[in-house]
Design a protein around this ligand. Structure first.
Ligand code: C2E
Ligand code: CA
Ligand code: CA
Ligand code: CA
Length: 261
């Protein structure tokens, strides 16, 4: 570190010390939180664009921290990934989501987000199989959402294929935000493509609408369901429907809420 010269001063930056301590504290809390059962799932409906009939609910994890309050996933999922705690947290999420969905009288699907880290080195297959067996949920009622941050090659591709052979559906989340969205579609037969909400926010723009229309066309050719994410207004719904999206999700139809609500 000495050889790094001036930059070593950063090692003694009190703000940096504070950040490291904060991170360490959060990691310890994460472990404790898992043991104490501080995590909960909220559910957001996904509805048909035409009749607004609920066909699926996406599980979104929340952390009820004793002093920090309600911590959003963006503040702890990355740390859970880096520390490997995502495997335990992810297994809990799968178990809870499948158990919850098995009790839904309407037979709708449940969508569960899975990190690239879980697919890369986690015991994901065993967790999915365990959750399905334990809950008795029909495999085709479970949809696993992955993002383009996962390179689909080698083991990851084998694992996704193995999941699909279990009868589980695979969705590509946040479509259009990665660097190689189209080649991604070529590598794996996704059941659902979720168009990122940044496109929906901008769908009044004719160029953006044209891109959405093209994605819908490609998705249809591939036999995938196209879901538009982040619909907040009637105008956005009308546009998404006009461009051919079959399923829609967003605050217009409901925010993520605890199951009781
Ligand atoms: P995501 O999978 O893309 O989830 C959608 C996010 O957009 C959610 O934020 C949701 O509350 C929000 N959202 C839904 N509709 C609207 C809308 O109409 N307008 C706006 N502005 N936002 C909307 P949330 O719950 O904070 O989750 C953020 C991200 O954290 C998720 O993005 C996902 O990547 C990750 N995440 C959440 N739950 C889990 C989980 O159980 N496991 C893993 N691995 N990641 C999760
Ligand atoms: Ca998602
Ligand atoms: Ca998304
Ligand atoms: Ca996202």
């Amino acid at each position: 570190a000495k050889a790094a010269g001036r930059s070593t001063f950063r090692l003694y930056d009190p703000a940096m010390d504070a950040a490291v301590a904060e991170r360490h504290g959060l990691e310890l809390d994460l472990r404790l939180g898992l043991e104490r059962g501080e995590f909960a799932l909220h559910y957001q409906p996904i509805v048909t664009a035409a009749e607004r009939r609920v066909v699926c609910r996406e599980a979104l994890v929340r952390w009820h921290h004793p002093t920090r309050g309600l911590v959003p996933p963006a503040s702890f999922i990355p740390l859970a990934e880096e520390t490997g705690l995502i495997d335990r947290l992810g297994a809990w999420i799968l178990r809870r989501a499948c158990r919850d969905a098995a009790a839904w009288p309407d037979g709708t699907r449940v969508a569960v987000n899975v990190s690239a880290a879980q697919v890369r080195h986690g015991p994901l297959i065993a967790a999915v199989q365990g959750a399905l067996r334990e809950s008795g949920l029909r495999p085709d009622r479970l949809e696993i959402e992955i993002t383009e941050s996962l390179p689909i090659e080698g083991e990851a591709a084998d694992l996704l294929m193995a999941l699909r052979r279990l009868g589980v559906r695979i969705a590509l989340d946040d479509f259009g935000t990665g660097y190689s969205s189209l080649s991604y579609l070529r590598r794996f037969p996704f059941d659902t493509i979720k168009i990122d909400r940044s496109f929906i926010a901008d769908i009044a723009d004719p160029g953006t609408a044209a891109i959405v229309r093209a994605v819908v066309g490609i998705g249809a050719q591939l036999g995938a369901t196209i879901t538009a994410e982040g619909i907040e207004t009637e105008d956005q719904l009308a546009a998404a429907q006009r461009e051919g999206c079959t399923e829609v999700q967003g605050y217009l139809f409901g925010k993520p809420v605890p199951l009781e609500a």
